[in-house]
Ligand binder design. Structure first.
Ligand code: FES
Ligand SMILES: [Fe+2]
Length: 358
């Protein structure tokens, strides 16, 4: 796969998906099989039998061993071939590569790259990993589109007003300018849109009980390439946090995305909606889950269509608007991480202003 940064953590699965069954996933073009062994550990192996290349995900588990479904070679958790039917010795070159895995609450991450992760950990996500002040729902949608299109989508939420009109989009989202900050050191893009005295969309009205007008803040942190966090603050209009930072009148949500490139034209869209209110209220969980799934499907439909269009498009030009700052910055960061050349026609200065390249 081109233009996908390696030596990075990517979400490979919702933790609840990893059981004693065999789960096949393709991450950055790597075919991987993952499963949980009886002592609870998660194992991730290259999904390719060294014998005749049959997918190991079509085999079966026998205790800790994975047995190939074609001729029965067996592999242990370290990918070592431990037995071959009908002979005493295992042949050379019959081991399988393993992938580093970190389980972090509701999401499980895989390290893709030729270097060891060493001390590098996946981004911290305490809100889906046991923080008692937060409650969360999570899911995943595969999209038949290149990874960059999901990055574009998430970094420009002005599309909420048009694509997600029924649930979350109100006219003010697209109408309110966004402040963009670029943190090259941490490969992150920060986008902030604070709306004051605006309409309360159903997504928040139905789950918080608030009615219009509200103050609605969207503060995005995108850490290229694979992690995105939208910090949401919703409060009755005119009740900002006090000077100490306490914010008793507000409801807070964190909408997390794990962006995982699969193949050149396929992407996994992992999401989680975390909240600091009504923590044990199953109905609020169910409502947020259902509304978020609707929103994600709207994005999936749009991106599936876009991918087909772009694949056939011979023109190649795109108009650039102010709302594209974040997405352009993200493209350039991803390009820098892959060592590829950045966006050829535009660049972004320190203030986040898009300029045509001289
Ligand atoms: S292909 Fe796996 S044992 Fe032959
Ligand atoms: Fe969207």
């Amino acid at each position: 796969m081109h233009h996908v940064p390696e030596n990075q953590w990517y979400v490979i699965a919702l933790t609840r998906e990893i059981t004693d069954g065999l789960l096949a996933r393709t991450v950055c073009g790597h075919d991987i099989v993952c499963y949980r062994v009886p002592d609870g550990r998660v194992v991730a192996l290259r999904d390719r039998c060294p014998h005749r290349r049959y997918p190991l995900s079509r085999g079966r588990l026998e205790g800790e061993s994975l047995v190939c479904g074609y001729h029965g070679f067996s592999f242990d958790c370290e990918g070592r071939c431990i037995s071959v039917p009908g002979q005493e010795l295992v042949p050379p070159r019959s081991d399988v590569a393993t992938y580093p895995i970190v389980e972090q609450g509701m999401w499980t991450w895989v390290w893709i790259g030729d270097r060891s992760p060493g001390a590098i950990r996946p981004p911290a996500t305490p809100w889906i990993a046991g923080d008692p002040h937060w409650s969360a729902v999570t899911g995943m949608a595969p999209i038949d589109c290149r990874f960059e299109l999901l990055v574009d989508n998430l970094l420009d939420l002005s599309h909420e007003t048009y694509l997600h009109r029924a649930n979350i989009g109100t006219p003010e989202v697209a109408a309110t300018p966004v402040h963009t900050r670029i943190d090259r050191e941490n490969s992150s893009v920060l986008l902030s849109r604070h709306m004051e005295g605006v309409e309360c969309p159903p997504f928040y009205a139905r789950t918080t009980g608030l009615a219009s007008p509200i103050d609605r803040w969207q503060d995005i942190e995108y850490f290229a390439p694979s992690y995105y966090q939208l910090n949401v603050r919703i409060a009755p209009a005119g009740r900002p946090p006090d000077v100490s930072g306490a914010d008793p009148d507000a409801f807070h949500l964190k909408i997390l995305y794990g962006l995982t490139p699969s193949s050149a034209d396929r992407t996994y869209d992992f999401w989680a909606v975390c909240r600091d209110f009504s923590l044990d209220d199953e109905e609020v969980s169910a409502t947020l889950d259902a509304m978020q799934q609707k929103i994600v499907i709207e994005d999936v439909d749009a991106l599936n269509i876009l991918e087909r269009r772009i694949a056939q498009d011979t023109d190649g030009t795109e108009a650039v608007a102010g709302i594209d700052r974040g997405a352009l910055a993200a493209r350039r960061m991803i390009a820098a991480l892959t060592g590829a050349k950045g966006d050829a026609e535009f660049e972004i200065d320190a203030e986040g202003i898009v300029r045509a390249r001289p």
